[in-house]
Write a protein that binds this ligand. Sequence first.
Ligand code: PAD
Ligand code: ZN
Length: 370
Amino acid sequence: MARAAVLTATGRPLEIRDDVEVEAPRAGEVKVRMAAAGVCHTDLSMSDGTVMAPTPIVLGHEGAGVVEEVGEGVTRVQPGDHVVISWVPQCGECFFCRRRQGHLCERASAAIASGGLLDGTTRFTSRGAPLHQMSAAGTFSEVTVLPESGAVKVDDDLDLGLAALLGCGVLTGVGAATRTARIAPGDTVAVLGCGGVGLNVIQGARLAGAGQIVAVDANPAKLETAERFGATATVDASAGDAVSAVMRLTGQRGADVAFEVIGLPQTIDQAVAMTRRGGQAVLVGIARMDTMLTVPAFLGVVLAAKTITGSWYGSSNVVEDVPALVDLYRKGQLELSGLVSRTIALDDVNAAFDALRAGEVTRSVIRFDR
Ligand code: PAD
Ligand code: ZN
């Protein structure tokens, strides 16, 4: 039996259940005792219906823990290994994985859409009914079972509360800057949205050697944090038009690369508008399903020669990127502890959603091992 946070229906608070049965791992799967799970905006978006979720479902896709049991044929990890959860379990063999686009893994995408693991079924049951698992994971549970490719081994001495953040916020944000956008040294970058993911875009831009990094947020407190992560200028979007402010800061040319890390129609438009001719607008934020992109085809795209691109899971290759991020952290070049606003118990997850909605926190991290 495990204690887990379950979304029973869209719009309802998560229900904390302590009667969740967790099946043994099947072939190619691992059972992980979770040490920590970060609360990401995507969890909140699934709970409030911004993103559709099959219910009932155990939410949570960012986390780290210790492997407890492995199924037949598992080779990547063994019991006792410390692992970071990858919410795209990259199979390594499909069309996309063979083209070094593991973040688009066909098998992982089908699993995520099904609310189950790679075979579409779930390992959680409660009160006689199966529970889905968010992103083939479901990290808001003391114990979970996931594909072995969803468990990326890390060194035992790494704090699991910090390691958890690597699995979504850091990979997504740093990857958007370094892998999706391939920021070049000296580039001028604008980042709209300085939450758990946006701050990592900012530090990814810094790591890539960006010249100017303009942080944009409607919450002034987030802008202070953004400066600590590498922003060289800030724009308070609640105080005036963010596009004209960024144009002013960039000699009226616009940013070489502008990232949208919120998921709102107006900020998506702003990101595209503040991208210079020939530049890139990178959309990271997950908007409601009915949000449409409307850009003037000639003046906005052709004449402007702009690229508008989406960034999914930071275009990451988890096997390469997780150890690389750990190295950067050890060298003092990657900030992790500054992302953690609160350390909480699983029972406080609904309060953590409220705090995220209210803009009070960057990440709340659930600790199961305390
Ligand atoms: P967050 O809530 O921590 O950060 C959002 C930030 O946006 C906050 O700092 C807000 O103050 C700010 N904000 C909100 N509205 C406005 C506005 N109108 N103008 C300016 N600033 C505003 O969320 P997060 O960082 O956890 O996630 C950000 C988005 O990224 C969210 O949509 C999430 O679902 C998405 C995401 N995408 C991927 C991916 O692979 N593409 C992965 C993980 C998360
Ligand atoms: Zn996330």
